[in-house]
Write a protein that binds this ligand. Sequence first.
Ligand code: NAD
Length: 255
Amino acid sequence: MDEKIRNAGEMVLDSDRVVAFTGAGVSTESGIPDFRSPGGIWDKYDSSEFTYQNFRKDPGAYWKRRLEMREESDFDMADAEPNPAHIAIAELEEMGKLSSVITQNIDTLHEKAGNSEVIKLHGTSAEVKCLECGRKYKSEFAWEKAKGGELPPKCECGGTLKSDTVLFGESLPQDALQRAREEAHNCDLMLVVGSSLVVQPAASIPRMSQRGGAKLCIVNLEPTPMDGGADVAIHGKAGEVLPEIMDFVRQGQKG
Ligand code: NAD
């Protein structure tokens, strides 16, 4: 067995309070492209279109553009299923090892895999929110209205609906950020999976856990700026690496 997998497995066995910090890379094997890899979303679309400022300037035009993108794509994020990496993280919770998942993803795949404590730093694509009264609806409610020509789709109060995700230039939900900081501070192992660790302030969370005394394990396809300071950094596919770590952990729990 690979030495690094063994090291990571031993860290999990020694730990009582693991926090998983996940980015888009944990979901690519579920068919959802990440932002920055070749073939990722930013190879296809211009990221500067999708700012909060653009949304506020003309919510109707923004929804129209998103609708076009949705119709161009033959894949709907809502149909994606958890892959072996999500399932391994859910198994850590089942074993009583995992305290929470902090995720940058908006795809709800951790919840689908069975995790109950998921801190969503960038919101969720499953819901939309009224900018006037704050009421939330399932996203389908807004998409149906948009498809029928209601641009932007409106709440029953008449307010504009916006996807409950954090756009570029929009601040992160403060309650989620606060909980993430507490979890990072109190964990004994921070397991980063599928994040380039370049988007702030989310990328500072793993560093915070190290300051609190936690070990840091990174699983990512490509090197990250934090690999040098990590206790172990494994470069590979999350859907292959995490099940291998879990095999080791299961053996260790039996023995
Ligand atoms: P990113 O696109 O910056 O980086 C993803 C990282 O994952 C890359 O370093 C890549 O090498 C790695 N990766 C890709 N496939 C992998 C695999 N199979 N196994 C392991 N690693 C893999 O993503 P990020 O750091 O999470 O960037 C943040 C932004 O991306 C967030 O704002 C998030 O909201 C958004 N995003 C979310 C989704 C989603 O919800 N699934 C999809 C795309 C983007």
